[in-house]
Design a protein around this ligand. Sequence first.
Ligand SMILES: NC(=O)c1ccc[n+]([C@@H]2O[C@H](COP(=O)([O-])OP(=O)(O)OC[C@H]3O[C@@H](n4cnc5c(N)ncnc54)[C@H](OP(=O)(O)O)[C@@H]3O)[C@@H](O)[C@H]2O)c1
Length: 341
Amino acid sequence: MPAGPAVTPVLRVGLLGCSSIARRRTLPALRATPAAAVTAVAARDPRRAEAFAAESGTGAAALTYEQLLAADDVDAVYVSLPNSEHHRWAEAALLAGKHVLCEKPMTTTAAATTALTRLAAERGLVLRENFTFLHHPQHARVQRLLADGRIGAPRTLTAEFCIPPLPGTDIRYRADLGGGALLDAGVYPLRLARLLLGPGLAVAGATLRVDKARDVDVAGLVLLVSPDGVFASLGFGFQHGYRSRYAVHGATGTLTADKAFTPPATWQPVLRVEEQDHTEEHTLPAADQFALAVAAFTTAALAGPDPTGAATAAPCTDTARLVDEVLATAVRVPDHEELRR
Ligand SMILES: NC(=O)c1ccc[n+]([C@@H]2O[C@H](COP(=O)([O-])OP(=O)(O)OC[C@H]3O[C@@H](n4cnc5c(N)ncnc54)[C@H](OP(=O)(O)O)[C@@H]3O)[C@@H](O)[C@H]2O)c1
């Protein structure tokens, strides 16, 4: 028998939750990925799922959460539910034999994140936390400049991820849904510190500003120290003008990245290297970090037993441990905006 044309494998993805981030970023990224197809979407309200499916232009079936996990034509699930729901539904998806791309933070505790990463490893399934910034090439360039000694030995990392206040109904103001600035925005600089400074980071101090009426933190500052004595000062919140930047201060210079965590796909990042006698700027090509994150997940899931699972799980659980430590040790202060209401 003559061989037929080669069939290109396609990962069939189901979207669990018709969320804002699914609509704005992940669905367009999946649609632009030739090796992925969106075959199902699920919402708690069937009319919402139907409207989302129709609007998606994918021909996806509109299902309930349970139906999506049982669907034979779904190989992988994208979980973009409120943070409190990630563990339960990612676990159910893994138990149903599906690969999982889970929105950040993977769960709200280190114990739950560790349990999920173990389950994925046991089942040979791909589980990824959707920190899309990790896929933007600008950070690999930063790592190369640091490795080349351009600013000497790193002494301090400063990083901030801050956004203006959100509508009062936003899930980020709901304690019961895993809201709060640390779990929403603070996890970005924490994950960056793990990327640039490596494992073994310890929390040396932390403070959280708390909206007492809603019982959620709305801003915070964390001081970390690495095993070799590098400091990290990390700010976050949703009470500020937009800031998304970091700087590594070294023995002989400073390296700065702006729009570091959520750059638009068309943004050409500018890395700034300041040395004793001159400053230079490196303008990098634009990159769509959502498309890159989806492509990396799709490639890993289609590759079979997860080749990079252990390498991606360790930083994920380390970051979750830092979150636990901050929550356990932070000095809490009341939010004066809230006191004035
Ligand atoms: N990677 C990134 O850059 C990025 C950016 C933004 C957000 N995120 C993450 O994505 C997740 C969703 O954020 P979002 O801003 O997109 O939220 P959102 O628009 O409020 O969507 C949350 C979804 O969760 C579902 N849901 C299930 N139980 C719920 C409940 N009890 N209350 C409210 N919603 C419930 C809803 O789905 P149905 O009604 O459709 O069932 C809703 O569509 C969060 O984990 C967030 O951290 C990631």
